[in-house]
Design a protein around this ligand. Structure first.
Ligand SMILES: [Zn+2]
Length: 279
């Protein structure tokens, strides 16, 4: 699921798949650079970066979606936070003050209001992880979201509340044809990040229940170092993803499965994000 404010979807393989917690928080980050939503999306495509966010906002006010809202992004150095938070990276238009543009600020308020409305979140900020608006700096030695946004957190929450209370509806600014996430023959897909649940060393297979069963280890890449080492040796608990964009060849609706042409076997549709519509 993504906000109707989304202008572009550039799904990142860097995520933990389905959330294990309800969405109760919003975490605003800064890009520490003036990146477009496409540039930020390209960085999050790189599995070696082990980073992602649910959304990014460019200085032009456009919104990119990188990790589906239903999935946990890798943004705030905290599993606890990111399982509960929708995370948003915002471009800085000044690299010494870390300020953000007026267009980015307005869109940020609009996106936060949209998220809070849809998930029933009451915006609050008290400088601790207990409030609904949290910051990266609460969980790691980082200055993120930068002094400019940090100083304005109380104002941001105030502005989000005002927008939620006001009659101004969230505008639908979706441009172009976004993939609808209904997989059909010819759909282009990328896998979400998943965890290895079992390993069959003799047959070089790994098991994941989200994907729907056993998978040849050679088909996937290790995407993080949560088992201690990012070494392409998949252990139970390793994060993995199918590294390439793939094509749906057949669809079986009753079992929620799709046949992947490049792999030559079936996967559960729930482990895939549609990147381009099929027929
Ligand atoms: Zn951050």
């Amino acid at each position: 699921m993504h906000s109707s404010l989304t202008n572009k979807i550039i799904l990142s393989p860097n995520n933990s798949g389905q959330r294990t917690s309800k969405v109760t928080k919003v975490t605003i980050h800064h890009m520490a650079g003036n990146l477009s939503i496409e540039q930020c999306g390209a960085i999050f495509q790189n599995t070696a970066r082990q980073a992602s966010s649910n959304y990014g906002i460019g200085s032009d006010g456009r919104v990119g979606c990188y990790v589906d809202e239903n999935c946990r992004a890798w943004t705030s150095s905290s599993n606890w936070n990111d399982q509960q938070a929708i995370t948003i990276e915002v471009a800085d238009n000044n690299l010494s003050t870390w300020s953000i543009s007026d267009k980015a600020y307005s869109k940020l308020i609009e996106l936060c209001a949209d998220i809070c409305r849809r998930y029933g979140i009451t915006p609050s900020y008290d400088g601790t992880p207990n409030a609904s608006f949290t910051e990266h700096r609460m969980f790691a030695p980082t200055s993120c979201p930068g002094e400019w946004i940090h100083a304005r957190m109380p104002q941001i929450v105030k502005d989000v509340k005002a927008m939620m209370a006001g009659s101004k509806p969230t505008t639908n600014q979706v441009q172009g044809n976004l993939p609808d996430q209904i997989l059909t023959v010819g759909s282009k897909v990328r896998s979400i990040g998943m965890l290895v649940e079992k390993v069959d060393v003799a047959n070089q297979m790994i098991y994941n229940s989200v994907a729907g069963g056993w998978i040849p280890s050679k088909d996937v890449d290790e995407v993080d170092a949560r088992d201690g080492k990012k070494d392409q040796i998949l252990n139970v608990g390793s994060g993995f993803a199918f590294p390439h964009e793939m094509t749906v060849g057949k669809v079986d609706v009753p079992s929620d499965s799709v046949y992947i042409n490049e792999l030559g076997y079936w996967l559960k549709a729930r482990c895939l994000n549609e990147t381009k519509e099929g027929q």
